[in-house]
Design a protein around this ligand. Structure first.
Ligand code: DON
Length: 513
């Protein structure tokens, strides 16, 4: 846990476009097994951002229409950050080093500076027009444009914030001088977050979802992540498809792609209708994972043609790009799977003056209005409508796989909005069903379907013309994209060695120490 928390704080300094203190995240932790107690329970920590107390369902609606730009750019786009509180909570419960020790290196690098990467430059260009002067000052160089790669970026204000956190713990961020600066900055730009919102923010320990696939036990994030539910559904649909013989021609074959796409559209239809913050919705989401329910949903799969679901499944209910993932395993077998996000590149593009803290635009993960797509094209219903103090639905999917003996085998997760869950799913199917190596499983070309819009996103150079033709003939609309998500994973091999795999689409790497 020390390594995971230390890395996360370091990323808040060196990769502020996706892991800044102003964001949120999820984490799965599995403790090492011991001869006396195999299979110790794993835990899930939700440090997702929370809507401001003053938020309401019509926050982004004017003259009957949703203006989602307000949920994506500037001070009104930010929900209460969760990363500082979440990391400190995890360290206090499962770590062994002091805050001061874990934060010493990030503070040093914030002061000394780090070399800006080409990814950060490209990300800054993509968000430049949305950034406030403070953010442009932090990441800008000549002619008030983003700094070129290699520029040493020093962050004195951020170093000071990290020093307060090292000294005072969560109070160093959520109360006192830092909190006042954050709120003043946001308020000056028409934000609605208050000191009370910051003071009251709490990460939540939740019971993970546990499911099985190919003899392995998967530990998954429950709502407000949609990841655990969607991944469980996808794996179940994959098992049905495999039992029906759709995988027998192997990876990339048209029958396997057709079955996978169908499963994706079913799962995302359920996401749009049923899912939201579990502390606010009354739907019993566990029912979405029942075998009988999923069999009924799968029944309409037609191997001869595309038949996308018209709506979510029927359940009786009581009432109606930016992110990163890190996977850690230590020599004892303790494992952490953690995904962090500020949502878009550099979040809302807003740094409250004097703090160096890049604020999130997580409010865009709510459904601003039924049927209105967010920046990832996702639509949602009442379950994910904006409400005071509610957490927006997420796609982040940190996962840990354990074998029958309770030994951690795989730690995996991804960045990439809704493509997170489908890419983690494909990587697991590649590794466990198609028997690829971990690195090959991550590198293999990907597809993604999220029900709405009704199109198959397909990596441009991944599939031959004939495959795309066959999918079109089945009735799918193909939409070519450059790349889908970035998955990072590691695997403990049978002989005890650990191998790491970083997605070639991103800038990650694996390290052993
Ligand atoms: O929580 C979510 O689902 C999104 N905020 C994640 C955004 C994301 O992955 C952007 N990245 N590449």
């Amino acid at each position: 846990m020390d390594a995971a928390v230390g890395t996360a704080f370091m990323l808040s300094v060196t990769r502020p476009h996706y892991a800044a203190l102003g964001g949120g995240g999820f984490m799965i932790f599995c403790p090492q097994t011991s001869p006396e107690e195999k299979k110790k329970p794993c835990t899930a920590l939700d440090f997702r951002e929370t809507a401001p107390k003053a938020a309401h369902p019509n926050l982004y609606i004017s003259e009957g229409k949703a203006n989602t730009k307000l949920a994506q750019n500037g001070a009104l786009a930010s929900a209460t950050p969760g990363i500082p509180a979440g990391l400190l909570e995890a360290l206090a419960r499962h770590g062994s080093l002091s805050r001061q020790k874990v934060l010493s290196k990030p503070i040093q690098i914030a002061l000394q500076g780090f070399p800006f990467t080409s990814h950060e430059e490209v990300a800054a260009y993509s968000r430049w027009s949305a950034m406030n002067p403070e953010a442009k000052k932090q990441f800008g160089c000549k002619n008030n444009l983003p700094c070129p790669p290699g520029t040493i970026i020093k962050q004195r204000d951020l170093a000071q914030v990290l020093k307060y956190i090292a000294r005072d713990g969560r109070r160093g961020f959520y109360e006192g001088e830092v909190a006042r600066k954050i709120i003043r900055g946001l308020r000056d730009d028409h934000g609605i977050l208050t000191l009370e919102d910051l003071r009251e923010y709490k990460p939540q320990w939740r019971d993970p979802i546990i499911t099985n696939f190919q003899g392995q036990e998967l530990i998954l994030m429950p709502p407000p992540s949609s990841g655990g539910i969607i991944l469980t559904q996808l794996l179940k649909f994959a098992s049905f498809a495999e039992d029906e013989g759709n995988f027998k021609l192997g990876f990339g074959s048209v029958p396997s792609l057709h079955a996978i796409i169908h499963g994706m559209s079913l799962a995302f239809a359920d996401r749009a209708h049923f899912l939201g913050d579990p502390d606010f919705i009354k739907t019993d989401w566990k029912r979405l994972l029942e075998e009988s329910y999923l069999k009924k949903r799968w029944k309409n799969f037609d191997s001869k043609k595309a038949k996308l679901p018209e709506k979510a499944g029927e359940l009786e209910v009581n009432e109606p790009q930016h992110t990163t993932h890190l996977s850690v395993i230590d020599r004892h077998g303790n494992a952490v799977s953690m995904t962090l996000t500020v949502n878009n590149n550099y979040g809302s593009g807003f740094i409250p003056p004097g703090t160096g803290v890049v604020m999130n635009d997580e409010m865009d993960d709510f459904s601003a209005q039924p049927g209105t797509p967010n920046q990832f094209g996702l639509t949602g219903d009442q379950a994910n409508a904006i409400e005071s103090k509610k957490r927006p639905l997420s796609s982040m999917t940190p996962v840990i796989l354990r074998d029958q003996n309770g030994e951690v085998r795989v730690v995996i997760g991804a960045a990439g909005g809704p493509r997170i869950v489908t890419s983690v799913f494909l990587s697991l199917v590649n590794r466990l069903s198609f028997r690829m190596s971990l690195q090959d499983a991550l590198a293999a070309p990907r597809i993604h379907h999220q029900w709405v819009p009704q199109q198959v996103n397909l990596e441009r150079f991944g599939f031959p013309y004939e495959t795309r033709e066959s999918l079109t003939q089945l009735g799918y609309t193909i939409h070519e994209v450059t790349s889908l998500a970035k998955v990072h994973a590691l695997e403990k091999l049978q002989d005890g060695r650990v191998t790491g795999a970083a997605d070639p689409r991103g800038e990650g790497a694996s390290v052993a120490e």
